[in-house]
Design a protein around this ligand. Sequence first.
Ligand code: ASP
Ligand code: MG
Length: 442
Amino acid sequence: MDVLKFGGTSVGSAATIRQVVEIISDSSNPKIVVLSAMSGVTNLLVGLHQAAIIQDHDAIEKIMEALTQKHHQAIDELFVDSGRNNILETINADLEAIYAITQSPLKRTSYSELVTYGETLLTRIFSEYLTQQGQQNILLDAKTFMHVGTTENPDIARVSERIDTQLKQFVHNTLFITQGFVCLDEEGNISTLKRGGSDFSATIIGAAINADAVQIWTDIDGLHNNDPRYVEETRPIEHLTYNEAAELAYFGAKILHPQTVAPVIDRDIPVWLKNTFDPQAPGTKISNEHHNQGLKAISAKDGITAIKIRSNRMLGAHGFLKTIFEIFDRHKTSIDMITTSEVAISLTIDDDKNLKAIVTELSVIAELTVEQEHSIICIVGENLIADHESYKAFGLLNNLPVRMISYGGSNNNISLLVPSKDKIAALQFLNAQLFKLQGAEA
Ligand code: ASP
Ligand code: MG
């Protein structure tokens, strides 16, 4: 069985939904299709939740209007006759349920209930459309099996047991549709896999059913060797190892949710990144296969805060780092990059929710400098540090104010911290230095 996940732009309109149907009809392998909400819908629902908190009735009406318009238009373009009336009725009932949530006292679970409706609406439309096209399919409610517990460490065994129970009821069926993004927490309450989490849904489900492959379909032909938004002439990478893909996703490659590959690594299930709008393009295959070593790709992650912690107590003393790390630990904030000298340590965090509290505690034991709006530029490739070209990355020091460098933490990664205003220049410089040669050979 295969798992195919389609993102928001792939199901963003009637035209693209038709394209998706063509792709899933292309092979007769049994499959589970995991779908996002139509593009823009989750953002609308997040806005709706905010409007509900402050009871901004104008905003609530406006957002309800936009949600209705978007789904009605897709239905108008996809359905004919009585089929159209049936699905309209179902979708209108959902829209009423959404509205009702905004009008009743909000609960802890209201956010998740609201924002996951995008997936509910779209999967209903999609499944009905397939049926109208004569393609038998089963719509599975992800809430019946995505009992992951925690998102950090999803309980694959439990999901597996639950999804098996569902699938066993439909042994003669080969096409299943379900929602990405939604899950249940430890108490069984509705929750989400965080924004962009449908990719993660696909690999959790892939691991749970021990799929042959997981395919993630987006609007770009695989993971590129640099950020195509800022650098010209980037190209898709054909093969990545799980570790390379994980580092790239974690350090900013927008195409993949950072936790995506974790569930499938040990099970050796390949993950394909494919382009809905160019299905013939090879895309990127992420697996355990080792193709070529050395430099593969560069990505950048914004919104980084650098903290320099300086104290003479560090001089020749032990236990100072422990004290510092414990402060971050107490505030549930993870550290990305670290560099040290004899009397100072610089580190970065990307979640600055608890920055104020952390700074207050750190100031008691050290002098601090806090700099926000930085970006980590991450250069990735298996055994990168043995690549004869990799030294050229350090030419960046001659051009831009590099705030920190991390080299040798793993063999597969060099990270550089620069002010975000210099990010694009840094990406372009590194591209010219590191990839121009490879490009000429290709
Ligand atoms: N629809 C959700 C979002 O926009 C989940 C996803 O698309 O992956 O974040
Ligand atoms: Mg995505």
